[in-house]
Ligand binder design. Structure first.
Ligand code: COS
Length: 384
């Protein structure tokens, strides 16, 4: 199907697809097994300008938007959802600066992110604040020209490999989520340390760690937006990043689908390739249809976001929920088509299935996404 990408976007898609096939897929199993961080590929993605896509021209970027990021994320995820996250996770960490930074803050932090020299991470989640994001406990107390941060963030994508963290902390705990504020915290700030690195089911090439603040000193100039605006910063960031998670899920589904088609062509049973059997054909037809429906939702939403649509919480949540559920179903069916081989690590199918699972969970579980969608429906519904 044609999603009316610009010429530049079509070129970007071609480039990302070539890199995914030639450079990412051949090493995907290695990074999955070792859990090492793919620094060599990060360097390559930087050279290919993937980190510049969503950043303004003024700050070393290419002035693109969610569509461009989704194109690259989809293509890279078809080869490895974990490796793709080095770019998408950095954009999640950078969105608060892009959305709320002053020109001075953007000038200070964005060019190095655009160059791919500094990765970024978004620090919202805490042990007691997962779905209930308003329940963060990390404190930020203003002392002279610094804020002093204390608390622990966990499950942080790019934790331990990022140089720039955008952090949500309470400046006024009595006000709950209305007392939260957002900060840019550099990894070498006094009092910042990296805790446990998680050993995960999937997306194992992506670093996920605790980020700990113990009397961590942050210059007052690093406050993003106003004091008390932190929850809004977090929610607006997630609205913008969730189509990217959907694109990751879409890529994972596409990769699993293509692997299943190839396998079904080659695998012979009862004297013929299993793709000749209607039972397999029906599964493949359903997989392809679901993938295309997810793609249509993601790229139409991405276009609306890039056209400066005012509020897109609902559409963004719809992309995430739909594409990640599709990814789970498609990758599970891909394992089924591979049969016993699908369960073995010698073939790529089981990795796609493991990688798909997180897309139903992170950046807001699919249960939370449905709440977001329902709240919007209730607010918007006018009846006949
Ligand atoms: N944009 C701007 N502001 C928003 C917003 C959005 N998309 N969503 C909510 N807000 C504002 C509300 O308007 C409200 O403002 P006021 O206090 O001024 O009225 C405030 O934020 C609180 O909103 P609400 O009462 O809806 O918040 P809840 O505590 O009920 O939580 C959910 C809302 C569940 C949607 C939110 O906590 C969430 O998204 N949770 C999932 C978090 C997540 O994705 N975690 C993954 C980790 S990040 S990788």
């Amino acid at each position: 199907m044609d999603y009316f990408f610009t010429e530049e976007q079509q070129e970007l898609q071609k480039l990302a697809r070539k890199v995914a096939r030639e450079k990412v897929f051949p090493v995907a199993a290695h990074y999955d097994q070792t859990g090492e961080f793919p620094w060599d590929l990060v360097k390559l993605f930087a050279e290919l300008d993937f980190f510049r896509l969503c950043i303004d021209f003024d700050y070393g970027g290419m002035g693109g938007g969610v569509t461009d990021l989704s194109i690259v994320t989809e293509e890279l995820s078809a080869a490895c959802g974990g490796i793709a996250l080095s770019v998408a996770g950095t954009m999640l960490g950078a969105f608060p600066i892009i959305l709320y930074g002053t020109p001075q803050q953007k000038e200070k932090f964005l060019p190095a992110i655009a160059d791919g020299k500094h990765l970024a991470g978004f620090c919202l989640t805490e042990p007691e604040a997962g779905s209930d994001a308003g329940n963060v406990r990390t404190r930020a107390v203003k002392k002279g020209d610094k804020y002093i941060l204390n608390g622990k963030k966990h499950f942080i994508t790019n934790g331990g490999v990022a140089k720039i963290y955008t952090v949500i902390a309470l400046t006024n705990p009595e006000k709950g989520s209305r007392g939260a504020s957002a900060f840019v915290v550099e990894s070498d700030s006094p009092g910042l340390s990296i805790g446990k690195k998680e050993d995960k089911m999937g997306i194992r090439a992506s670093a996920t760690s605790e980020v700990i603040f113990e009397d961590c000193e942050v210059p007052v100039d690093n406050l993003l937006g106003r004091e008390g605006q932190g929850f809004a910063v977090a929610m607006k960031t997630l609205d913008k990043s969730r189509p990217g998670v959907a694109a990751q899920a879409l890529g994972i589904a596409q990769g699993a689908f293509e692997a299943a088609v190839n396998y079904a062509r080659k695998r012979e049973q009862f004297g013929q390739p299993i793709i000749a059997f209607q039972a397999i054909q029906t599964m493949l037809a359903d997989m392809a249809t679901q993938i295309e429906a997810a793609r249509a939702l993601i790229y139409s939403t991405a276009k609306m976001i890039d056209a400066n649509m005012k509020n897109f919480s609902k559409e963004s949540a719809m992309c995430k929920v739909f594409a990640s559920d599709v990814a789970m179903k498609v990758t599970t069916d891909a394992v089924q088509i591979f049969g016993g081989y699908g369960y073995m690590k010698d073939y790529p199918a089981e990795k796609y299935m493991r990688d798909a699972k997180i897309t139903q969970i992170y950046e807001g579980t699919n249960q939370i996404q449905r709440n977001v969608i329902a709240q919007r429906i209730i607010r918007e519904s006018v009846g006949f």
